[in-house]
Design a protein around this ligand. Structure first.
Ligand SMILES: Cc1ncc(COP(=O)(O)O)c(C=O)c1O
Length: 384
């Protein structure tokens, strides 16, 4: 039976998993200090790029001896730069449990044609890290954005590994603790947990990753956009804000504003707490409604950013059509935008619970999910 619509809506219905909601207090005039129409190599531009790097280090607690670079082409650019520059020196192990991880497998196996072992798990599951050989170079995604499954911690990664760990942390950084000592390459973009703008990627390198760059030359040619060394030495300028090519200073300003906001909510701790509170609100709802469940089977691997849920009601006839119709109703009512499951993922909803999302908005959304679910069950029954 259809139920009445909830009395109120989320103030901000933006629950997309990327680009994600801007910080709550964001307005465009906050960008008025952007160094627009100036060279990014002028003192003001350089200072802003360096500030973006320094603030990132401080908020994320990145060790002083790790390099942080702003690179082209968002998170994909950063991951590709790392893989194309570093892999091939030893055997690789590719881990994937959803579509983005699977994309990196394609790159390594089909494009770079590297000797690699591929370990995959289905949507909702994760690869067993205890079975991974960390003396190979291991590529993995910390948080599977399309499955809502994340690595619980870095305990299974040995401190004395011989290989490099290359970690795509784009939907994890700023919302989850990352064990820097266990990660040699970490990448993310600005438009996820901090609600920044797309365009640039962050590439973070451990001293061991730098050593690889300086001691190994891949057999394939590297385009200028990927080159991080000059004459066998790291191009240190990249990691001080001298970007390889021209960055958007508007996007840089926006990132700086987002970092300021991150500080205002208590830095990394505060950001994690916000994402945790959002996810807890969804959990409480899932636990008290028997027609909905998490896609992630093990609570220990459940994401606190890209929270993926599925409909489990036996009355549902066509799971994909049903979930799509629910998402459409939520969008039409301006209760939630962009919450349909990712195109390659099992049917369901994906509710971004990252730090820029307000818990009150998640709480206001949940009764709307119930309303849309019941409305769609009723519509399905009527159509039968
Ligand atoms: C885990 C993961 N990797 C890579 C990407 C691609 O990111 P970008 O569009 O910033 O290159 C995404 C985008 O959602 C992602 O979730």
């Amino acid at each position: 039976m259809a139920i009445a619509q909830p009395a109120s809506r989320p103030v901000n219905p933006r629950f997309s998993s990327g680009p994600c909601a801007k910080p709550p207090a964001f307005t465009l005039d906050k960008l008025s200090g952007a160094a627009l129409g100036r060279s990014h190599r002028a003192a003001i531009g350089k200072a802003k790029l360096k500030a973006a790097i320094d603030e990132t280090r401080e908020i994320l607690g990145i060790p002083a001896d790790y390099r942080i670079g702003i690179v082209p082409a968002s998170d994909t650019g950063a991951v590709e730069m790392a893989m194309w520059s570093m892999l091939g020196a030893r055997k690789a192990t590719m881990l994937a449990w959803e579509s983005f991880g699977a994309g990196w497998v394609t790159d390594v196996v089909k494009q770079l044609k590297i000797d690699a072992e591929v370990k995959e798990a289905g949507y909702g599951e994760i690869v067993d890290f205890a079975e991974v050989d960390f003396d190979t170079d291991v590529v993995f995604t910390w948080n599977g954005t399309t499955s809502g499954v994340r690595v619980p911690n870095g305990d299974a990664i040995p401190a004395d590994r011989a290989g490099l760990t290359i970690c795509d942390a784009t939907s994890a950084a700023f919302a989850m603790d990352l064990p820097w000592d266990k990660l040699d390459v970490v990448t993310f973009s600005w438009q996820k947990v901090l609600g920044g703008e797309a365009a640039h990627g962050m590439l973070i390198l451990s001293p061991r990753a730098v050593e690889r760059l300086e001691s190994y030359t891949p057999a394939w040619p590297l385009p200028k956009l990927f080159r991080m060394t000059k004459g066998g030495k790291l191009n240190e300028g990249i990691f001080k804000g001298e970007t390889i090519n021209t960055p958007s200073m508007l996007a840089v300003e926006d990132y700086l504003v987002a970092l300021d906001w991150a500080r205002s909510v208590g830095g990394l701790k505060g950001l994690i707490a916000r994402a945790d509170a959002n996810t807890a609100a969804v959990s409480a709802f899932v636990e008290t409604h028997d027609w909905i469940d998490f896609l992630a089977s093990d609570p220990a691997t459940r994401s606190n950013t890209s929270v993926c849920v599925k409909f489990t009601d036996a009355r549902i006839k066509d799971g994909a059509a049903f979930a799509k119709a629910v998402a459409k109703r939520l969008e039409a009512e301006n209760a939630a935008l962009d919450v349909g499951a990712y195109r390659d993922a099992p049917p369901g909803l994906r509710i971004w619970c990252g730090s820029t999302v307000e818990t009150a908005d998640v709480e206001a959304l949940l009764p709307w999910i119930e309303w849309a679910f019941e409305a769609e069950i009723a519509a399905q029954t009527e159509a039968a």
